[in-house]
Design a binder for this molecule. Structure first.
Ligand code: TRP
Ligand code: ZN
Length: 473
């Protein structure tokens, strides 16, 4: 956690106190960490009053019995969480959903706890916690795993599969497998120690530290030393074939491919994954050095039906197509290294990732970015597509087509307005200036104006804020 990041947390708490009632989240009361981080789309996600530095998750998982007709697994776990209160705390919350907390210790001493509703784990330590000091919270928890769904009805979180679990948390699915301050504002480092039946593989974030088998169960230890938002954590489990390589100089890559996929899908994915090195180099030239310790792709069966840019280890359903692989890889810079502060700013992730995929496709001799832009602008003005406000699409339209396609078109139009030199300087400055932080659209607009020396208010208002089709330039 950087000092800068810490200041933003304090800022958020102060803002909440000053503007009490102004935000959709419950206001914080003195000494008690509020049960929400202030996101209008997800009022209960995240909490206030502390900042997590590190999650050390020890998970013991048993997938469904072979041939079982109900997809439910068994999770027994311990989360060791290192945190810093941003004020003296007599009580605080973690987000935990669908699993039971069995015991909680704070700084080595048993703490009182209760689970409120199906989302909040409320913890009352014996002694109040001193601000700006490290504290350790240990939660023992577990239960039956299922197949959770997000607000749009898509599978997410810890999704139990026939032979393991596909773990993709965006936007608020992390609490379905660990107690967490589930806000993209609070990035932390992670360690995962996951024990599964021998023969299964665990694909978590970061670097594989060790693997050992004991009495028919294998423990996989993963270390993720880069700051990471909770929605980007994964520990996907399955009958995978692991492949390690090194690309773009010295970047370690660890890929996992489901053995049960049709041969055709596997060979298509393998062909895509063979391009990882070239893709990394392509985006490094445009966005700056690859920002994390490792990369890799996990291709699981199609149980969730979409891909996610889980940090350092993107997850794909059924097949990794070239354009999707480029999209998820670009997210490592655009979304992961620099991420949104509020979910309403999701276009900063998706617009950039989609535009990156346009650029990659063009470089391979496919559809040019201009052609892709023209296709978006060919959508008739009375189409519903244009009614989405890209800078605030609404909770239920977080992943609407317009967030991706109009978001990408916005960047293409901006590139046309700024010229290539300034546009790519902006991309690099965006990562350079805000790397490791949680940002807003307003910050992007200001940086674009600073880099170009132009007043871009009318441009951005038209492209991002208006629920109507921009006039063709
Ligand atoms: N996977 C999407 C991406 O990489 C984002 C996403 C998360 C999503 N959950 C979803 C898309 C549910 C559709 C449905 O951009
Ligand atoms: Zn995306």
């Amino acid at each position: 956690m950087s000092v800068r990041h810490r200041r933003t947390i304090v800022g958020a708490v102060l803002a909440a106190l000053l503007a009490s009632g102004a935000s959709a989240a419950p206001a914080a009361t003195p000494g008690v960490g509020a049960p929400g981080a202030g996101d209008p789309y997800f009022p209960l996600a995240g909490n206030r009053g502390y900042d997590v530095q590190h999650y050390d998750l020890t998970l013991d998982y048993t997938p469904p019995r072979a041939g079982a007709d109900r997809l439910t697994g068994r999770l027994d776990a311990v989360a060791k969480i290192r945190m810093v209160p941003t004020r003296r705390l007599t009580r605080f919350n973690l987000d935990l959903r669908g699993l039971r907390a069995r015991s909680v210790r704070v700084d080595g001493r048993p703490a009182r706890f209760r689970q409120v509703g199906d989302h909040e784990l409320v913890i009352t330590p014996i002694a109040s916690m001193r601000p700006w000091k490290w504290h350790t919270v240990v939660v023992r928890y577990g239960g039956a795993t299922g197949r959770p769904k997000d607000v749009e009805g898509a599978l997410y979180g810890w999704v139990t599969t026939r032979d393991g679990a596909i773990v993709v948390n965006e936007p608020d699915g992390a609490p379905t497998w660990f107690p967490v301050n589930d806000t993209p504002k609070d990035k932390a480092t992670y360690r995962f120690e996951v024990t599964v039946p021998q023969g299964l593989s665990v694909a978590a974030n970061g670097l594989l530290k060790s693997r050992r088998t004991h009495h028919g169960r294998t423990t996989w230890v993963w270390d993720a030393p880069d700051q990471m938002a909770s929605y980007l954590a994964t520990a996907t489990i399955g009958d995978f074939r692991m492949r390690r390589s090194t690309v773009a100089g010295d970047l370690p890559v660890i890929d996992f491919l489901d053995r049960d996929l049709p041969a055709e899908d596997r060979s298509r994915s393998r062909a895509t994954l063979a391009l990882t090195g070239e893709m990394v180099t392509f985006f490094e030239e445009r966005f700056g050095p690859y920002p994390f310790v490792a990369y890799g792709s996990t291709v699981d069966d199609d149980s969730v039906g979409y891909a996610l840019e889980t940090q350092t280890r993107s997850v794909f359903s059924k097949v990794a197509s070239e354009s999707t692989a480029a999209h998820e890889l670009a997210h490592q810079w655009m979304g992961n290294r620099v991420g949104p502060r509020r979910w309403s700013d999701i276009w900063l992730n998706e617009g950039w990732a989609e535009y990156s995929s346009w650029l990659w496709t063009e470089s391979r001799g496919g559809t040019t970015s201009q052609e892709a832009f023209d296709e978006v602008l060919a959508i008739p003005a009375d189409d519903d597509f244009w009614t989405t406000v890209v800078s605030d699409p609404g909770r239920d339209d977080l992943f609407a087509d317009a967030v991706y396609e109009r978001g990408a078109a916005t960047l293409h139009a901006l590139r046309h307005r700024l010229g290539d030199a300034q546009f790519f300087q902006l991309a690099k400055s965006w990562i350079g200036a805000y790397g490791g932080q949680a940002v807003t659209t307003e910050q992007f607009r200001r940086l674009a104006e600073a880099v170009s020396g132009q007043d871009l208010d009318a441009f951005f208002d038209t492209w991002l804020d208006a629920p109507v089709k921009p006039a063709s330039r």
